[in-house]
Design a protein around this ligand. Sequence first.
Ligand code: 6GU
Length: 225
Amino acid sequence: MRIDIITVLPELLKSPFEASILKRAIEANLVEIHFHNLRDYTTDNYKSVDDTQFGGGAGMVMMIEPIDKCISALKAERHYDEVIYMTPDGETLKQGIANQISLKENIIILCGHYKGVDQRVRDHYITKEISIGDYVLSGGELAAAVLCDAVIRLIPGVLGNETSALTDSFQDNLLAPPIYTKPREYKGMKVPELLFSGNLPEIEKWREEQAYLRTKERRPDLLDE
Ligand code: 6GU
C-alpha cells in the first residue's frame, strides 16, 4: 500500500511513523508513506496556501490551485483508489472504514487547515471525507495519523501475530475482554482461576461472555448495530 499525505505541516505528521509498528511496517515495505508540503505547489512569492472567504466571514480558506497541482502531479504518476479529506464534518471513522481502506493499493490523504478547503476541491477531487470524532482539532494532521495507524495495522503481515487484529475491540462490534499476565497474584489482587484451568473451550466461552458484558455496560450502542 502507498499513502501520499498532503499537508501544510509535514513535521507534525512524521513522528508517528518513526516508531513501533508503523516504523516496522514501512521498513518491511508493507506500506510506503510520502509527505507532500502544500507550500511546494504554490506559485506566488509568499508561498500562500490560503486566502479570505468570498462573501465575507472570519477565517482563511485553503485555495484550490496548490491542492490541484499536488493531486494532479500524483495522479500523473499512478492510479489512486481514494482521495480522502480529513475534516470534522466527514464520516466518523469506525473500524469498518479502516478495514475497507486497508484493502486499497494507493490513497491520497489531504489534511484540512484553517476553516477548511475551497468547496470545489471537495466536489471535484475528494472521494471520501473522514472525521475522527465529534471534537475540533487545529488541523487534519493528527487525524490523518490516527487514520493511518488504524489502517496500516490491518495490512497482512504488519502485526506479528496475524490473529491479533481479529481479536481487537470493535472488530465484531464487541469490546475486548479483560486480559491478565504474570504475576498470578499481586498485593492480594488475583487473576481469575479459570484462566489457569487449561480448559480452552471454557476460557473462550468466558472471554466471549466478558466481551459481551463489557460492551453492554460501556457501549450498548454497538450491540444495536
Ligand atoms: Cl479529520 N480534522 C479536524 N480539524 N478536526 C477533527 C477531525 C478532523 N476529526 C475530528 N476532529
